[in-house]
Design a protein around this ligand. Structure first.
Ligand code: V0V
Ligand code: CO
Length: 140
């Protein structure tokens, strides 16, 4: 079901500062920047590698408001790893299969994600404390 780690999402207070840090320290390039109103984030994708089914990235996330998922996370836990996203061939199919095993889905249907992807989240309490995202990359 999981083909690769698509991205590690990192919550930060100041995305510009963290973009500068990650790109300079690890020699990573920002390949996309987006504001996702539905998810309440301003985000940037820094490419680590390319692959046939999709690439692998670090996703930097700055909240658009305090009551968004990332805003609440920052208030409660501070900056750090917010979620891990796995690439799947078909997000709707993966959601159905995973839900059958008793894992709670946080989305009833796939949502719009970074760079034209389709995404869905799984409840962290059902995945060993890890907020988990499923990502279906757009067809090339
Ligand atoms: C909350 N909890 C977490 C967590 N956030 N555990 C691990 N990782 C996280 N990121 C824990 C929290 O400590 C609580 O445990 C429990 O889950 C319930 O949390 P809460 O604070 O009471 O509830 P909320 O209202 O903060 O909701 C948490 C969830 C929410 C995970 C349900 O953040 C959510 O729906 N997230 C999915 C959407 C999202 O995160 N979007 C932003 C990324 P205790 O303290 O009770 O033990 S957008 C993105 O990645 C995009 C666009 C993309 O990739 O393309
Ligand atoms: Co993400």
């Amino acid at each position: 079901m999981f083909m690769r780690i698509d991205h590690i999402g990192i919550a930060c207070k100041d995305i510009e500062e963290k973009i500068a840090f990650f790109s300079e320290t690890f020699e990573l390039t920002v390949v996309a920047r987006e504001v996702n109103e539905e998810q309440g984030v301003k985000e940037a994708m820094l490419r680590i590698s390319d692959g046939e089914g999709g690439g692998s990235y670090i996703q930097l996330l700055e909240p658009l408001s305090e009551d968004s998922p990332v805003g609440k996370f920052l208030a409660k836990r501070g900056e750090g790893v917010h979620h891990v996203a796995f690439g799947v061939p078909d997000v709707a199919q993966a959601m159905a299969k995973i839900n059958e095993k008793g894992v709670r889905l946080l989305d009833e249907r796939p949502r719009h994600g970074s760079m034209g992807s389709e995404i869905a989240f799984l409840h962290p309490k059902d995945v060993g404390g890890m907020l988990t995202e499923l990502v279906q990359a757009p067809k090339p």
